[in-house]
Design a protein around this ligand. Sequence first.
Ligand code: NAP
Length: 279
Amino acid sequence: MKLQVIGDPVLHSKSPVIHGAMLAALGLDVPYTAQVVRRGELPRYLAWARDNGVAGFNATMPHKEDLPPLLGGIDPAAKAVGAVNTVCLREGKWLGFNTDGAGAVAAIKNGLEIDPAGMTVALLGAGGAAKAVALALSQAGAERVWVCNRTLSRAQELCAQDPLGRLSPAAFDPATLSALAGQSRLLVNCTNLGMEGCPHQFEDFRFLDALLEGAAVFDAIYHPAETELLSQARRRGLKTLNGLPMLVNQAVLALEHFLNRPLDRKAMAAVAAAALNQM
Ligand code: NAP
């Protein structure tokens, strides 16, 4: 049995360290390696993987959205998001899953000690990460998730795909962000703003002042470990969490799929987080 993460670029991926540590902690001698697979090479990769003992793989950019039509089946979360980050070979069929959204919700519950059930959430962004997280928050029982995006039509498209009708599109200007923050106990950033290498930053952070008493801020970004958004939130006394626990929790859920059995999620997440801290 072999496991992999595929993508382009992928050699910087933290997945081999995270999965390597979890597999070692479980006493399993299973290699998990990173493999460069370029856009358009997925069919060739799937044939190669099947012939070479790959039992499962994680996918990162640019493959998450290209995988669904190439697989033998996908789970409801991956279908709703239209993207797959985990693929397993089961009885000769490649099956796809998406653990990003559930990983984020687990991170929010465990890391911020916040249960989104019944809550109003302000979520920034409408790209791939935002879609997975928004749909998972809806599934987790959030009463309303305001999906605020620079390109409003993308937010509208995302919200239209929520079968539970708990997502509402909104603009991304400072006045709208402040008005919606004023209803929210949780603010989630799924834009690129503040990410290392992204030339742009939030125009201003006044929306943080409008958040409800006891509110928390979760930023899906983990490079840098503390974005300007998180730093500004921390200085205002808000609870904050970066994207590493989301990365760790999505990996724990992916490993459950690879091994096809439940794991002690908290223990596995602790093992993975410790391995990342040693990097
Ligand atoms: P994406 O699909 O490219 O989406 C980017 C989002 O950022 C879009 O909503 C885009 O708005 C918005 N945006 C970009 N530049 C902007 C600007 N100057 N002003 C306002 N909005 C702007 O990217 P993604 O894959 O969703 O990733 C988003 C972030 O999540 C990245 O920083 C990534 O590192 C992080 N992430 C973390 C994890 C984790 O495990 N922690 C997993 C996945 C992603 P438009 O629609 O208007 O372009």
